[in-house]
Design a protein around this ligand. Structure first.
Ligand SMILES: Nc1ncnc2c1ncn2[C@@H]1O[C@H](COP(=O)(O)OP(=O)(O)OP(=O)(O)O)[C@@H](O)[C@H]1O
Length: 235
């Protein structure tokens, strides 16, 4: 469903991404994992047409994001915490986005239910915790009932209960045949939620495959990561 081939992007002297290639399939949760500054956010921004690649292609079902006929109903993305107006309520923010994007009003209450936002839907965003903002951002991304979800470091700011909730949510989303691509700089964050892993380091994909194949390289995720990273560095 998502395909990135040979993506590259330079910002002046900084080679943010030099060669990123992977696929993220339907019905699966794919984790994009790498250390801080590895190029994960830049890769996701290229996928979503927010940054133009210097080289390579990024497509959803064969079509670049900017050429999708109904992008909001095809791909939902959370790249930053919800940029809602502090004086608006969560419900008000969702209503504004739904109106601007042409999504059905009925979706507002549906996404509020989906992300368990009911208890604070009518409170002003300025009083929200980071976890509440994350849920609002996710609700906003779901308004168009997309078939693909792209999440950049979604567990940032979530408490343990929120992390378990998010894990269940992405698993259920993928179980319905849809596609999830989720980034993290913490490998163990994704241990219980992903089917497939894409490792990225210094702008390059260093390993792709299923979580099961990955852990076959070591008894723990950390050991497997070290084994693969070491192999990658050996000429
Ligand atoms: N707009 C920009 N202008 C200049 N440099 C940038 C820009 N965006 C990203 N970079 C640089 O590109 C490199 C990759 O950044 P990116 O944010 O893609 O990494 P990341 O893997 O998402 O990191 P993190 O886990 O810290 O969010 C970094 O060195 C970053 O400073």
């Amino acid at each position: 469903m998502i395909e990135a081939v040979g993506l590259a992007k330079r910002f002046g002297p900084v080679e943010a991404v030099s060669d990123v290639t992977f696929t993220a399939g339907a019905g699966r949760v794919t984790g994009l994992v790498g250390p801080n500054g590895a190029g994960k956010s830049t890769t996701l921004r290229m996928l979503l047409g927010l940054v133009t690649p210097d080289a390579g292609t990024a497509t959803f079902g064969g079509t670049p994001y900017r050429e999708l006929l109904a992008p909001g109903s095809t791909v939902g993305a959370v790249l930053d915490i919800a940029a809602a107006h502090p004086a608006s309520t969560a419900r008000g923010h969702l209503a504004t986005v739904a109106a601007l994007a042409g999504h059905a009003r009925v979706r507002i209450d549906q996404v509020i239910d989906t992300v368990d936002l009911r208890s604070f839907a009518d409170r002003r965003v300025k009083g929200f915790s980071t976890g509440m903002r994350q849920r609002l951002a996710l609700a906003t991304a779901l308004l168009g009932d997309p078939a693909v979800l792209v999440l950049d470091e979604p567990s940032n700011g979530l408490d343990p209960a929120g992390i378990v909730w998010l894990r269940t949510f992405v698993r259920d989303f993928a179980a319905s045949g849809r596609t999830v691509l989720v980034s993290s700089h913490v490998l163990t964050d994704l241990e219980h939620s992903v089917d497939d892993l894409v490792l990225i380091d210094r702008g390059r994909t260093t390993w792709t495959g299923s979580l099961a194949e990955f852990t076959a390289h070591g008894t723990t995720l950390e050991q497997a990561f070290l084994a693969l990273t070491t192999k990658e560095l050996t000429p």
